[in-house]
Design a protein around this ligand. Structure first.
Ligand code: NDP
Length: 315
């Protein structure tokens, strides 16, 4: 369905989006970056990628704003309470990225256990050719994996790892009707796990949920995999625990101050680092873009958002 109202500049892009999606938005809505829009008051819908913070100041700058459509499932960069106070609705892109994110999460779990990227570095360095042996590693089967945040992506990840023979435990704010054991706290989860996989949302409610106590409960044979948000893990405590071998290693797709990665992490061989790419497949990024556009279309046509953030209530 074509959007209603004046075509020009009702939709604005905040921050950087992938070129293909910028083109889609330009073609369909004549959308442009906020900075390139002559009359900010004309903007009814802001499309927000990961990164830029949208709070009261940014909302003040767009006085006609009615809807914020986030290109991602996590929306910790948007002050949803402030938006709600102003009657601005907010959407995100749940479900369509679960498989891609769960795949990357499993890849990181496999990598920290089997040392795939470390072995690659070992071969390239010439150590194998020189007669050195790569150290023995650990298989996924019978490994105890603790999922911190058993939501959509956490469940998809648990299903995959379970199929590979891992023994799953989880912690969320409340127990779920699932075949896996519930741990009452993150520390309990870490104590029961060889690998803790973090898949909660970011934001104030989860800041430093993984702290020194959790890392110490995981212990010197334990691994941390974080695909949630950098803010969920106390990064200083993590770097210290890794450097002092108080945990065995980590797989990290997200960081506290992206795209900056602490210098010490870059020098550690027991860490696998990826640049926030868990949902970054062609099919998934296109599905996310289509879902953002479904939300824009719905709003411009006067209908409720298709996938509002939970605080707005499901349509
Ligand atoms: P869901 O809302 O489906 O799941 C979130 C889970 O986290 C729920 O089980 C929830 O528990 C739990 N949780 C929330 N707060 C707490 C807390 N304080 N303590 C313990 N558990 C908590 O979200 P998704 O699975 O769709 O996405 C999860 C997150 O993954 C996103 O918010 C985003 O930050 C991250 N992500 C990262 C990507 C990347 O590229 N690296 C890509 C996509 C997502 P309960 O059900 O009990 O409320």
């Amino acid at each position: 369905m074509e959007p209603e109202g004046p075509a020009e500049h009702r939709v604005a892009v905040v921050g950087a989006l992938m070129p293909f999606f910028r083109d889609w938005l330009a073609d369909r809505y004549a959308a442009a970056s906020v900075a390139d829009i002559p009359d900010p008051a004309a903007v009814a819908v802001a499309v927000v990628g990961p990164g830029p913070t949208i709070g009261a100041t940014e909302m003040d700058a767009l006085p006609g704003l009615e809807a914020i459509t986030v290109y991602g499932v996590g929306y910790d960069n948007v002050d949803v309470a402030e938006a709600a106070r102003r009657g601005i609705v907010v959407s995100h892109t749940p479900d369509v990225l679960d498989d891609a994110v769960a795949d990357l999460t499993v890849a990181l779990v496999l990598d920290v256990l089997r040392g795939v990227t470390a072995a690659d570095r070992f071969v390239r360095s010439g150590k194998w050719a020189a007669g050195e042996r790569f150290p023995l590693t650990r298989e996924v089967g019978r490994t105890r994996v603790g999922i911190l945040g058993l939501g959509r992506i956490g469940s998809a990840t648990a299903e995959r790892l379970s199929a590979l023979g891992a023994v799953i435990t989880y912690h969320s704010r409340s127990p779920k009707d699932v075949p896996w054991a519930y741990a009452a706290t993150p520390v309990d989860l870490a104590r029961l796990s060889d690998v803790v996989v973090v898949l909660t949302p970011g934001g104030d409610g989860t800041r430093h949920l993984v702290n020194r106590d959790v890392l110490d409960a995981l212990g010197p044979d334990g691994f941390l995999v974080n695909v949630a948000r950098g803010s969920v893990v106390d990064e200083d405590a993590l770097v210290e625990a890794l450097a002092e071998h108080r945990i065995a290693g980590a797989g990290l797709d997200v960081f506290a101050d992206e795209p900056h990665v602490p210098e010490r992490l870059l020098t550690l061989d027991n860490v696998v680092l990826t640049p926030h790419i868990a949902s970054a497949t062609v099919a998934t990024r296109e599905a996310m873009a289509r879902l953002v556009m479904d939300n824009i279309d719905a709003h411009l046509a006067g209908r409720p958002l298709v996938t509002p953030v939970p605080e707005m209530g499901r349509a």
